[in-house]
Design a protein around this ligand. Structure first.
Ligand code: FES
Ligand SMILES: [Fe+2]
Length: 359
């Protein structure tokens, strides 16, 4: 395991972007302690149902807002009050903007009585948090996952927690360029095309090859457009036995430790009828195939040592560009264009499509 500084990523220990912090079920009326970006945080749901993330420690005397079971405020179920959260120690109450809006025994509320809060969006059954080392508001929209969540014929995804990996996010994002691992790790065969395209805050991987299990019949191609918009999660439109949509999230817990989830939505029919048990069984089977394919990468990441300077050969794919692209999220916003300009464009690693010259 190595830190952002050891990889030479930039000024910040943790990147700027939208990150998954858990499935929707993790937020409830009992505030939950969570830890990301090397910080103790609290996730709770207000009475309206909206989810919030605030810093864990009360500015009054430092009590943890969610690690308490014995305070009467907690026992009596009075910790969430409207959209506000009350501290179990002396009952100070903080609004969703983090500002203290009541002290039970004082009319005077100091200006400094506020919690840091973080932008949160709940979408597609997942809670997403904006992290910004400069403390600025989001400058990019959260993805909409191909628009497939809730689309007719598409079953909701199943979300798999894949572990807390002693591996920096950069090594997970390296996978975007990693042509050489597809055959040994994933069982790819009959390659036709592999390319990466860098477009601003996005990096795409265009892939077309056969696969041992995810195609309908032998000789079929599995075609994927896979991309990151920002550092926190991968999306992939996959055309195989079924159309499906993959999301793989990697969120820093500590500097060099990454929490990983996999999720897959499957289009089981054209939307003209209700879902049947068979649809659900097919989707689950397909989902499990995809999870197992990702688990092959995860097993490597869970056990490898850090690779600060890969001993790369040219046919490995454009790792170095992926790492340069990734640095935009670890440096101040006014330097983003500098990193993007260094990598923008298409890099074709392999092209054996009929009618094209072999690359
Ligand atoms: S420590 Fe939170 S109210 Fe006193
Ligand atoms: Fe992989």
């Amino acid at each position: 395991m190595a830190t952002s500084r050891e990889y030479g990523l930039g000024d910040f220990d943790f990147p700027r972007g939208w990150f998954m912090i858990g499935p929707s079920g993790d937020a409830g009326r009992v505030p939950a302690p969570i830890r990301y970006f090397g910080k103790d945080l609290v996730l709770y749901r207000g009475e309206s149902g909206t989810a919030y993330v605030v810093d864990a420690y009360c500015p009054h005397m430092g009590a943890h807002l969610a690690r308490n079971t014995t305070s009467y405020i907690v026992r009596d179920g009075e910790q969430i009050d409207g959209e506000s959260i009350r501290c179990p120690f002396h009952g100070w109450r903080f609004g969703p903007d983090g500002v203290c809006n009541a002290i039970p025994y004082s009319d005077f509320i100091p200006k400094a009585a506020r919690l840091q809060t973080y932008p949160v969006i709940e979408r597609a059954g997942i809670i997403w948090m904006w992290h910004d080392p400069e403390g600025l508001e989001p400058d990019v929209e959260l993805a909409n996952f191909g628009g497939h969540h809730g689309e007719p014929g598409w079953l909701e995804w199943k979300i798999d927690y894949m572990g807390d990996l002693p591996c920096h996010g950069i090594e997970i994002v390296d996978n975007m360029a990693d042509f050489g691992h597809f055959i040994p790790i994933h069982g790819a065969k009959d390659w036709q095309y592999f390319a990466n395209e860098f477009i601003g805050n996005a990096v795409h991987q265009y892939y077309s090859a056969g696969h041992r299990t995810l195609t309908a019949s032998d000789g079929d191609q599995l075609a994927l457009d896979t991309w990151y918009e920002g550092p926190g999660f991968l999306q992939s439109e996959m055309a195989g036995a079924f159309d499906s949509f993959i999301m793989i999230a990697n969120t820093p817990v500590e500097n060099g430790v990454t929490r990983s989830w996999h999720a897959l939505m499957v289009k089981v029919h054209d939307g003209s009828r209700e879902f049947t048990d068979e649809d659900r069984a097919n989707a689950l089977l397909y989902q499990e195939g995809s999870r197992l394919a990702f688990a092959q990468d995860v097993e490597i990441w869970a056990n490898k040592r850090a690779s600060i300077n890969p001993l790369a050969v040219p046919a490995d794919g454009p790792y170095a560009k992926v790492r340069t692209w990734y640095r935009q999220f670890y440096n101040p916003r006014d330097r983003v264009a500098e990193f993007q300009n260094r990598v923008n464009g298409l890099v074709v690693t392999l092209d054996k499509r009929p009618g094209t010259r072999a690359a």
